[in-house]
Design a protein around this ligand. Structure first.
Ligand SMILES: *[C@@H]1O[C@H](CO)[C@@H](O)[C@H](O)[C@H]1NC(C)=O
Ligand SMILES: *[C@@H]1O[C@H](CO)[C@@H](O)[C@H](O)[C@H]1NC(C)=O
Ligand SMILES: *[C@@H]1O[C@H](CO)[C@@H](O)[C@H](O)[C@H]1NC(C)=O
Ligand SMILES: *[C@@H]1O[C@H](CO)[C@@H](O)[C@H](O)[C@H]1NC(C)=O
Length: 425
């Protein structure tokens, strides 16, 4: 195993305004459906500013290459757009996507261009041709070479138009981004769209209490190979109903915890995200956060939920995970953990926090030497998950690799957690 160690500190936590929205399928939708969903999303109780729409195709359903009605609906509702061109059929089909893009530019002019935040070429095409995607029967995908070619075609199409300055990227799952066969796709992107569902990570310890950890672990792994490109979360969510998926249980309570641990953490870190999904009543599993315009759980971001410490911190706990990987969390109290075959040598000191809702990042150092295994250590450290050991501080209830943690606005002098992650690639 290579020992190159990459440190990722919690994100630039002072960034606040980010793009927030939902994903919108094209199937069964026309102008009225899009417009009504965009209005619902923008006014969902508790969830402010979900005013962006990610699309999968430029083409209105039932037409050859007419621009999707979502564009007019977005213009009428002031909804920003992450456009998508479907890339997993063939060149003739992709030509239709390009034609619809050209038509939209001509037809709608600057009222359209002003709303476009990015253009994604493809969606999970590489996942569908990966071993995992094939095993899951996920359908037809696309090769990295073709995606690079298609990205070039889109760049040529928008050159000299009102969309010329818009970022062009691709959407896929974390495990394909970290596969070096896809290096050139990353190189040709301006941004990486990341779809990430711990619920579907059935070979990991994916219970809800580990959901946030798995999410940000995947994020950090993509960040490590992103060649400096920004990562936008293009899909994430936890189902309110449906079958269990390994240790992941679909329930309204768990979906709410995942919202707090992930959506709210993304918001705190200023990372653009498009949640999956506004509404999908009847689907199984069902990921919708609302039904008939009413949220199914509390969508207000709660700074005290899940991942933050609740008392002042001066020491940290840390645990070791599999060789070359370490995580350290800061919060109140201290402890040390040792898992089977694991030696913990991590420690750190959290910086002082401030109140007022301003996110802070403390600095920490940590190192660990470990072998895989599972077991339970002292001080609240627990080892689990295919040889990864994760530490939990008995007071700070969870740890997240690389996640910046938000200060708790209403209570003065509280702990600021900062997490430090290092892993061997
Ligand atoms: C559209 O929304 C943006 C924020 O996303 C806001 O600044 C702008 O004023 C809005 N425009 C209209 C016409 O409502
Ligand atoms: C990387 O992707 C290639 C092509 O899909 C596949 O053959 C290979 O098994 C993948 N590697 C890993 C480690 O998953
Ligand atoms: C915030 O989360 C905490 C911990 O989960 C919970 O006790 C509290 O009731 C929540 N507050 C709100 C306003 O939802
Ligand atoms: C992990 O490290 C231990 C101790 O150095 C070593 O014996 C073991 O082979 C390593 N395991 C892996 C999977 O690299």
């Amino acid at each position: 195993m290579k020992s190159s160690i990459l440190a990722i500190l919690g994100g630039a936590s002072t960034a606040l305004a980010a793009i927030k929205g939902f994903n919108y399928a094209s199937q069964g939708q026309s102008y009225d459906g899009f417009a009504s969903q965009f209005k619902t999303a923008a006014s969902l109780a508790g969830a402010n500013d979900f005013t962006s729409a990610r699309l999968y195709t430029m083409i209105q359903e039932g037409t050859t290459n007419t621009p999707i009605d979502a564009i007019q609906a977005a213009i009428d509702t002031n909804t920003t757009l992450l456009l998508g061109l479907w890339a997993s059929v063939d060149q003739a089909s992709f030509d239709n996507e390009i034609s619809a893009l050209k038509s939209a530019i001509q037809q709608y002019g600057s009222s359209f261009a002003d709303l476009v935040v990015g253009i994604s070429v493809g969606s999970e095409d590489l996942y569908r041709i990966s071993a995992t995607g094939i095993a899951a029967g996920s359908g037809v995908g696309q090769s990295p070479d073709t995606l690079v070619d298609y990205i070039g075609q889109v760049r040529d199409t928008i050159k000299g138009t009102s969309l010329a300055s818009k970022p062009v990227g691709h959407v896929d799952t974390w495990n394909v981004y970290v596969n070096e066969t896809n290096f050139n796709v990353i190189s040709s992107c301006d941004f990486l769209g990341l779809d990430e569902y711990p619920y579907f990570q059935t070979t990991d310890s994916n219970s809800i209490d580990n959901g946030g950890f798995l999410f940000f672990q995947a994020y950090d792994r993509v960040a490590a190979v992103a060649q400096g490109k920004p990562i936008w979360i293009t899909e994430a969510g936890w189902p309110t109903s449906g079958p269990a998926s390994n240790l992941a249980v679909a329930s309204v309570d768990n979906a709410e915890i995942f919202w707090q641990d992930v959506a709210c953490a993304l918001e705190n870190r200023g990372i653009n995200f498009w949640w999956y999904i506004l509404a999908d009543a009847g689907a199984s599993p069902s990921f919708g956060v609302s039904d008939n315009g009413t949220p199914l759980y509390n969508l207000a971001c709660n700074a005290t939920a899940g991942y933050t410490s609740t008392s002042s911190a001066s020491t940290s706990t840390a645990t070791a995970s599999k060789n070359g990987t370490s995580t350290a969390s800061h919060g109140s109290g201290s402890g040390s953990g040792s898992a089977t075959l694991t030696t913990v040598t991590a420690s750190g000191t959290a910086g002082a926090g401030t109140s007022g809702g301003i996110p802070q990042v403390a600095t920490a150092t940590a190192s660990a030497t470990a072998a895989g295994g599972s077991g339970t250590g002292a001080g609240g450290a627990t080892a689990s998950q295919n040889g990864d050991a994760t530490g939990t501080n008995p007071v700070a209830t969870s740890t997240f690799t690389g996640a910046a943690v938000k200060a708790q606005g209403s209570m003065a002098g509280l702990a600021i957690g900062a997490l430090f992650a290092a892993f061997a690639l």
